[in-house]
Design a protein around this ligand. Structure first.
Ligand code: DSN
Length: 471
């Protein structure tokens, strides 16, 4: 046998990572330990299955395959074609779609490129789009800009007008959206969220689009697992285009998909059929417009995730995701925290920390100190996305690990204890975040936080973490 640094039989390319690159391997092992011994509550994250991870580390990563199935620019793609075709078929099946009426491009590297590809394909440069404003729960790629800066490329290359939530109800203000759309005449309206715990009214979106000749695109990234299992209204009935990431509630690899209508759209005045023309435009926008070769290991992993999404256990899982989110929302509310919109119908809980005198950044920081991961988030009424007053928490990842409602009662207790410590830190540090982040590491708080962290880690460690075995 050869020595460690020479790999197997003297060939370094055959060494496992632990031998080839112990330095990096150690960092990955630490991250794995963090995932196992912490509570992952980022609403957009999940833990993939062993089978999905197997696809991601397969030989498919080696192959270039620019073009579409059966029309590649490189040779040697007969099996890659099979993988991509299988993925498309399963993606349509997972959402109950007929291949006569819908097609899907599974090549986008992730959600942001998928959205940009749709705008590139169907909205001319500087054409008009409307999306939910980011501070109100929308996503960057739905056209976000501020008074001083065009933050997202979707507001640089397209003219974007946000729609908002009603500050009193904290729900999307569809009447206002209708009024603005009548004036702005957008080419495309985006029905999608990044932090909004309520179902969307796709029928209303459609009516507004029809009034103005606008296209309707759903970005269902956050809720696509719920859509696949009928727990969230389906956007497919009303939308022209539906985009999604594949790694959130859908629990696949990090990747993206674009569903588009195809076939007959209607008839003209002479009775001749009018056909949808999205397919070629979208395919061309993805490649060669914006991307190079598709990531075939990701496409295979989506195929596996889409097969899993059709299994009965996936529906049971999604039901538990929602039950857990509702238990989390009501638990926090009973402890005095203000839940934006008063509750949740999906996988995420939006908490206004102003109600207890903490900022989103301080709440995120104190939770991180005790091995609970979440993200700070704007809440209705915030003036700047840089200083948000709330946090966004979600249940998909912990539900994958097997936590049930009663476990979330324990999670609520951990969070409440952490926030109480944060209040004590703030009483000493004053309001500035930089002082808070210093004082939190002083001995009196460190001891309390370490004690809580140990209890969180002991609790989390019990639950199974799927994926590949440790390196
Ligand atoms: N970062 C993802 C989210 O949290 O919604 C989307 O880009």
């Amino acid at each position: 046998m050869s020595g460690l640094t020479n790999g197997i039989d003297g060939n370094p390319l055959l060494s496992p990572l632990s031998q080839d690159d112990p330095e990096l391997c150690k960092i990955i092992q630490s991250e794995k330990r963090r995932q196992r011994r912490g509570l992952e509550m980022i609403a957009s994250e999940n833990f993939t299955s062993r089978a999905v991870s197997d696809c991601l580390s397969s030989c498919l990563t080696n192959k270039y395959s620019e073009g579409m199935v059966g029309q590649r620019y490189y040779g040697g793609n007969e099996f890659i074609d099979e993988v991509e075709k299988l993925c498309q078929t399963r993606a349509l099946q997972a959402f109950g779609l007929s291949s006569e009426e819908w097609g899907v491009n599974v090549q986008p590297y992730s959600g942001s490129p998928a959205n940009f590809a749709v705008y590139t394909a169907l909205v001319e440069p500087h054409g008009r789009i409307m999306g939910l404003d980011l501070p109100d729960g929308g996503h960057l790629t739905h056209g976000f800009y501020t008074a001083t800066r065009k933050v997202s490329a979707t507001s640089i290359f397209f003219e974007s007008m946000p729609y908002k939530i009603n500050p009193a109800t904290e729900l999307i203000d569809y009447d206002k959206l209708q009024e603005t759309a009548r004036l702005f005449k957008p080419k495309l309206i985006i029905a999608g969220i990044s932090c909004y715990p309520r179902h969307l009214d796709y029928k209303r979106f459609r009516e507004i689009c029809d009034e103005n000749g606008s296209l309707l695109m759903s970005d269902m990234s956050h809720v696509s697992g719920l859509v696949a299992t009928g727990l969230s209204p389906s956007p497919f009935e009303y939308c022209d285009i539906v985009t999604s990431t594949t790694h959130k509630t859908l629990r696949g690899p990090r990747s993206g998909m674009i569903f588009y209508r195809k076939g007959k759209k209607g008839v003209d005045k002479q009775g001749n059929p009018i056909m949808y023309d999205y397919e070629d435009k979208i395919n061309a926008a993805v490649f060669p417009g914006l991307q190079g070769g598709p990531h075939n290991h990701q496409i295979a992993a989506i195929a596996t995730a889409m097969r899993q999404a059709a299994e009965p256990y996936f529906k049971t899982y999604q039901e538990q995701v929602v039950k857990n989110a509702q238990a989390l929302a009501s638990g926090l509310s009973e402890c005095g925290y203000k839940i934006v919109t008063g509750g949740t119908e999906n996988h995420l809980v939006w908490v206004n920390m102003k109600s207890v005198g903490l900022s989103g950044a301080k709440a995120e920081k104190v939770l991180e100190e005790v091995a609970i991961a979440c993200n700070k988030n704007t809440v209705p009424g915030d003036k700047s996305a840089l200083n948000p007053s709330g946090i966004r928490i979600g249940t998909p990842a912990l539900t994958t690990r097997g936590l049930k409602e009663h476990d979330f009662s324990t999670v609520v207790k951990f969070m409440d204890e952490a926030f109480k410590i944060a209040k004590d830190v703030q009483a000493k540090s004053g309001p500035k975040l930089v002082d808070f982040n210093r004082v939190i590491h002083e001995d009196e708080f460190k001891t309390r936080l370490n004690d809580l962290r140990e209890r969180v880690e002991e609790f989390a460690d019990v639950f199974t973490l799927p994926g590949l075995p440790d390196l």
